[in-house]
Design a protein. Structure first.
Length: 461
């Protein structure tokens, strides 16, 4: 199969791109962020979220300039390569792959947790003949279904993503409407800073989880109709939607009964059989149950559509991950078989399959918080390299066609770069073991790249 055949199908308009942008992220409103409350309390997580919102707004507009100027499936990999060379491009691509491959297993665990509320089964009970737990079985089934849907075609995948994303957004608005009448400021103030201001730094990865993967819109730029116009509309409207949902969800969830009520299933810290504190992957149902009980129709509606919100992100990030891995394979940085498109569906089928295999292995560890943190390490590395590449390209290629230019240059990209760098340093300090695992993956991957691939590939972006 020759190189010209390795092209993705252009079929995405601005509404589809908005759906993908919000869909990638919206699961972060339904779970994961609440684990940051155990680290920083209401105030600690609020402080972290404030600065992370600034980072994402400034980063998104800066990244949009790159995506409109270089509309390719590799996203940060392509921008890093063009602006900083092969080595930094490789690190950007690896960080992007780690983010997009490790985020779905965490979401899959939450899908299992929400499903377990529908069908009350012991989450650690072995199913007959399978030897694995109920939640991973549910998640494995989801992996297979949505990998298959992504292989089938990007237009069908994006249309599905749009529908469930709209439903998930509506459900978050309904949730806020149901819980805000029970909001009490005293619940926000109660035990607001349990670990001091250091807790705000420890809560950073969970604040990032509110917005993680918004940059995935750039990875479908090659499949967008008129990308120079539609990427801007998709990115801009998505980040605005997500900031509003983040603030609403945070306030309405914690304001009902305090942060402990949406972190611990019993309302207080309880040590499990494994010696760890038991936490919940379904905080919104815990909050809503305080208002309407567990038998009302509104509670069950939240479970139903909340599950769709998780599926929206799960499915959307699988889509973006496939494009990121595909681009790595297309240029020969990993086996070229992963850079092939399906002959019939014109989708990166091989890349989607290998990403699913890796994700399933991560899922079976059962470490949702750790998986989220590793995904956030990848995201922050991507943001830092992308912003450095942004400045490099402005200096090296001032004549490059830029259909969209970031406002308030250089303030926006500089703000994104500074906050991302501080966040990465703080996360490393508070997660030394996970940081060691993450950076070891990067170093080993680079050594393989340097000695086996680097001088044998010649790419142009």
């Amino acid at each position: 199969m020759n190189q010209p055949e390795q092209k993705l199908d252009r079929s995405l308009g601005p509404l589809m791109l908005w759906g993908l942008g919000v869909g990638y992220v919206i699961s972060g409103m339904y779970f994961g962020w609440n684990l940051g409350l155990a680290e920083g309390g209401t105030l600690g997580l609020a402080i972290a979220t404030f600065f992370i919102i600034i980072m994402y707004v400034t980063f998104t507009f800066s990244y949009t300039e790159l995506a409109c100027a270089i509309p390719k499936a590799g996203g940060a990999f392509d921008y890093g390569t063009r602006g900083l060379g092969k080595d930094w491009g490789f690190f950007a691509g690896m960080a992007q792959n780690i983010e997009f491959i490790f985020a779905p297993p965490a979401i899959a665990a939450a899908i299992g947790a929400y499903f377990n509320l529908f069908v009350p089964l012991d989450p650690v009970m072995d199913l007959p003949g399978l030897g694995v737990t109920t939640i991973p079985v549910t998640a494995i089934f989801a992996y297979l279904i949505f990998t298959g849907l992504n292989i089938r075609g990007v237009k069908a995948a994006a249309a599905f993503e749009l529908v469930i994303t709209i439903l998930a957004v509506v459900e978050l608005l309904i949730f806020a409407g149901a819980t805000l009448p029970s909001f009490e400021m005293a619940n926000l103030k109660h035990n607001a800073l349990p670990n001091g201001f250091e807790g705000a730094f420890a809560a950073i990865p969970f604040a990032i989880w509110f917005f993680l993967a918004i940059e995935g819109v750039a990875n479908v730029a090659e499949e967008a109709i008129n990308p120079q116009r539609n990427i801007l509309i998709g990115f801009g409207s998505a980040i605005l939607t997500l900031v509003v949902l983040c603030l609403l969800t945070f306030a309405s969830s914690v304001g009902v009964a305090g942060w402990e009520a949406i972190v611990y299933p019993t309302g207080e810290a309880v040590i499990g059989a494994d010696g760890n504190v038991i936490t919940s992957d379904s905080p919104l149902p815990l909050a809503l149950a305080k208002v309407v009980g567990e038998s009302g129709w509104l509670y069950h509606l939240l479970l139903t559509i909340g599950l769709l919100g998780l599926i929206a992100s799960f499915h959307g990030i699988i889509l973006a991950a496939g494009r990121a891995t595909f681009e790595f394979g297309r240029v020969g940085y990993i086996p070229k078989a992963l850079g092939k498109v399906h002959p019939k569906f014109k989708t990166p089928a091989n890349a989607l399959i290998i990403n699913t295999v890796i994700g399933l292995i991560a899922l079976l560890t059962g470490k949702t918080g750790d998986i989220i943190t590793i995904a956030c390490f990848g995201a922050l590395t991507l943001y830092i390299i992308s912003m450095i590449a942004f400045f490099a390209l402005r200096k090296k290629e001032p004549e490059m066609e830029r259909p969209f230019k970031v406002p308030l240059y250089p303030v926006f990209p500089a703000a994104a770069l500074i906050i991302a760098t501080i966040a990465l340093l703080a996360m490393t300090w508070y997660n030394l073991t996970l940081a060691g695992i993450y950076f070891l993956i990067l170093v080993l991957a680079y050594l393989w790249f340097y000695f086996t691939v680097r001088n044998k590939t010649d790419i142009s972006v």
